[in-house]
Design a protein around this ligand. Structure first.
Ligand code: ZN
Length: 458
């Protein structure tokens, strides 16, 4: 492919400049969820707007929203070439517990081939590597090989409401042939990966009411409804003892993985089962019997209770029969399901399991669809070729258990395949103390993205 050697040489020669840039940006504490950091988030947006100008984009836009600003830019080189929409987020997670950090989270520290700071791999480091790839193309060929659109947000760690509205109102402006998201991780520096599936999510609240007021168990025990018991009864029957979810419509509609996927889950060639045991500090994995851990983690549905509230829980004793009990319950749903339909099925199951004499109400708090991208989609196939070339090893195709709402949004509202090619590593401590980004991954990432852009040129 044209320019390969020059691109690599440019990236190599300018690696320290890109690292310095990243250090500079990481110093801005753009914690989106804390109101006292609102100005810092704004500053981080201005910083990346300026960096886009330096990269070669003309007049990147800072878009004000009800929350934190969005940053949009485009570099349209040739209508005959495909257009890639690149997404990233410049906001970061809070830093507590601060005492567990070896270095202050906003004083980036380079140590043992890693750069330590909040936001290093999630997601500022991954944005800078994309800009480095674009800058290399600009230096070597005067412009990127294909049309580029950029959309960066500052609310990813805080719900991302503004970008959802913006995307739905600007489908024309954001139109592209595919989206590239560099905000995920790969198993190791020796094993690249691409994510071809993400589960959806359904988050609900279950509320049970009994009598119109709290009652005394001496005066009413034996005849009064106890919503906590009813709640526990329902929850305990939503899964069997071997963790099979009791929603018949959901179970009936699940499609089996391909035989290649089944083989991969069964063999666990990356040893993920062992790392999970170590990460969690447990001796046995819990979950649906009859399915290997990788399948349970990536594509099977899950049902988890996040919290239960009701009655008397502080010190001492109070013989109350509570009038109300609530629980937060969520499901991770295989990508091909509509979570709102799953909500209807769950409601039906809850009704069926509800004991007599209670008012039972299930509320849909939020729902987000999953995403699947076909492995043979050309945008995925080319990403795989770029990873194979730079890492000297073909990537594994993984289905991830988490949900990335922006990927579903691009997929559904903008009707484009989403390439989830991330360069973080499993031990990068994202959302935790001592977040880091591996500098070798930083460099390999730049090379991979530069190669990918060239490969997309028709
Ligand atoms: Zn992220």
């Amino acid at each position: 492919m044209a320019h390969t050697a020059q691109l690599t040489e440019y990236l190599q020669d300018n690696l320290s400049t890109f690292t310095d840039k990243l250090v500079d940006w990481l110093k801005i504490p753009s914690i989106s969820t804390l109101p006292e950091h609102k100005d810092d988030v704004h500053l981080a947006a201005l910083w990346i707007q300026n960096a886009l100008t330096e990269t070669g984009f003309t007049e990147p836009e800072l878009i004000t929203t009800e929350g934190h600003p969005l940053v949009y830019a485009h570099w349209l080189v040739d209508p005959a070439q495909p257009t890639l929409l690149i997404y990233g987020h410049y906001d970061v997670q809070p830093t507590d517990p601060l005492e567990l950090w070896n270095n202050p989270p906003f004083e980036p520290t380079i140590k043992d081939g890693n750069i330590y700071a909040r936001g290093a791999s999630d997601d500022k480091g991954q944005i800078i590597l994309v800009l480095a790839a674009l800058k290399a193309w600009s230096a070597v060929a005067g412009k990127p090989p294909i049309n580029i659109k950029i959309l960066f947000e500052g609310e990813e760690e805080a719900g991302g409401a503004s970008i959802a509205t913006y995307v739905m109102n600007n489908t024309e402006k954001l139109a592209a042939d595919a989206a590239l998201i560099c905000d995920t991780h790969m198993p190791s520096t020796n094993q690249p990966s691409l994510i071809t599936g993400l589960r959806g999510i359904l988050y609900t609240e279950l509320k049970i009411n009994g009598a119109k007021t709290d009652l005394h168990s001496g005066s009413y025990g034996g005849v009064a409804p106890n919503p906590i018991h009813a709640l526990c009864h329902i929850i305990s029957q939503l899964k069997t003892a071997d963790n099979k979810i009791q929603i018949p419509e959901l179970q009936a509609a699940i499609t089996a993985p391909t035989s290649a996927e089944k083989e991969f889950y069964k063999n666990d060639p990356l040893g993920i089962e062992q790392s999970l045991l170590t990460e969690m500090g447990i001796s046995e994995l819990i979950g649906e019997s009859g399915y290997p851990p990788l399948e349970r983690l990536g594509v099977r549905p899950t049902l988890e209770v996040h919290g239960i509230a009701g009655g008397f829980t502080t010190a001492g004793a109070k013989t109350v029969i509570p009038a109300e009990a609530t629980a937060k319950i969520s499901l991770r749903i295989p990508p091909n399901f509509d979570p709102n339909e799953v909500f209807i099925w769950l409601t039906r199951s809850v009704k069926r399991l509800s004991p007599k004499g209670y008012t039972v109400q299930l509320t849909n708090i939020h729902a987000g669809s999953g995403v699947t991208v076909e492995q043979n989609n050309p945008f995925i196939a080319k990403a795989a070729s770029s990873l194979e070339k730079i890492y000297s090893k073909p990537p594994v195709f993984l289905k991830e258990g988490g949900s990335i709402p922006i990927a579903a949004l691009f997929n559904q509202e903008l009707h484009m395949p989403v390439v989830l090619m991330g360069f973080a590593l499993p031990d990068d401590n994202i959302h935790a103390p001592n977040e880091k980004f591996n500098l070798q991954q930083f460099f390999l990432g730049m090379q991979t993205v530069a190669d990918y852009l060239g490969r997309l040129k028709v």
